[in-house]
Design a protein around this ligand. Structure first.
Ligand code: ATP
Ligand code: MG
Length: 285
């Protein structure tokens, strides 16, 4: 379903991404305490969790921006644990970063071109195909292709950031909070487009605080809390899971007067009593 890559063996039935016991630290402070997750070819998988849970850290480690202190990352059957960030881009792991990262002085078209040149392709046809896909997903970007990226609205810049990532023809697209800071109508639109990108065959790992939207559109999801995965399951099933509803979907306050109840008494090991653990998830951005 994704474009062939000469460096990659074609595996079938195996996960596209497989993370085992991944620990990541900032200096002496461990942010991820050994998480495991998989993303299968064609899936849309979401990471949900409160502020500081380790979602962005997970994405950066997958991109190769942060080194692992232990554990393994397998991509398409190949151990990439020690692979450099640019090599991972070449292999097709493409992240649209948190906070968009649009080049403000460049036009929309130039921003998209930068995305394409991040990865080597054989022919102009690859470029044309990628550009056509982006402009058909985001007609707005076509209209504004000569406008400077920095003068676009927040929603348009988010579209540009996703479009730029798509220009690299990702085999795995990493999206970190694409809905952040956007108006509800734009959020809806961004989520619809993410679903469409996935339905076109692109495998996606998404980080979102908008749990309702994300879970309803995801094949599977992982719930993270203070550097651990505390729960995983099918997106739509998690949507109706009582502990998930209470902690992440803004319901449960009506089930009693005790609104001070700790978040997510979810299955599995909840991260130990570190300072952050008592924090109520702030997911209602
Ligand atoms: N550059 C850094 N240096 C030191 N600690 C960091 C750094 N970035 C993140 N952390 C810490 O690592 C932990 C995980 O942070 P991370 O940014 O991955 O969380 P997150 O789930 O993405 O949160 P948010 O929802 O706020 O984006 C937090 O305790 C955070 O304070
Ligand atoms: Mg984050």
């Amino acid at each position: 379903m994704s474009q062939p890559d000469p460096n990659q063996p074609t595996t079938s039935g195996d996960p596209l991404l497989e993370i085992s016991n991944m620990a990541v630290a900032y200096g002496r402070i461990e942010a991820l305490h050994g998480i495991s997750l998989t993303v299968n070819p064609g899936e849309l998988v979401t990471l949900i969790g409160a502020n500081g849970a380790g979602k962005t850290t997970t994405m950066r480690a997958i991109s190769g921006i942060l080194p692992l202190s232990s554990g393994r990352v397998i991509f398409d059957g190949r151990d990439i644990t020690r692979m450099k960030a640019h090599q991972r881009v070449a292999a097709g792991i493409i992240q649209a970063p948190e906070g968009r990262g649009v080049f403000p002085g460049m036009t929309v078209q130039e921003n998209l071109d930068m995305g394409h040149y991040a990865r080597k392709f054989d022919s102009k046809a690859d470029y044309d195909e990628a550009l056509e896909r982006v402009y058909s997903l985001f007609p707005r970007l076509l209209e504004r292709r000569k406008q400077a990226g920095g003068t676009m609205s927040g929603g348009e810049q988010q579209m540009l950031a996703i479009g730029r990532a798509l220009m690299a023809r990702p085999r795995l697209l990493l999206l970190d909070e694409p809905s952040m800071g956007l108006a509800p109508m734009i959020i809806q639109q961004i989520f619809r487009i993410i679903s469409e990108i996935n339905q076109q065959g692109t495998t996606i790992l998404l980080v979102e605080q908008n749990a309702q939207q994300a879970l309803s559109r995801s094949d599977r999801a992982y719930i993270m809390e203070t550097g651990e995965v505390i729960k995983t399951g099918v997106g739509k099933e998690l949507l109706v899971d009582p502990s998930v509803k209470e902690a992440y979907l803004g319901v449960g306050a009506d089930s009693g007067s005790d609104t001070s109840r700790a978040a997510a008494p979810a299955a599995g090991a909840v991260a130990g009593g570190a300072a952050g653990a008592a924090e109520r998830p702030d997911l209602r951005k």
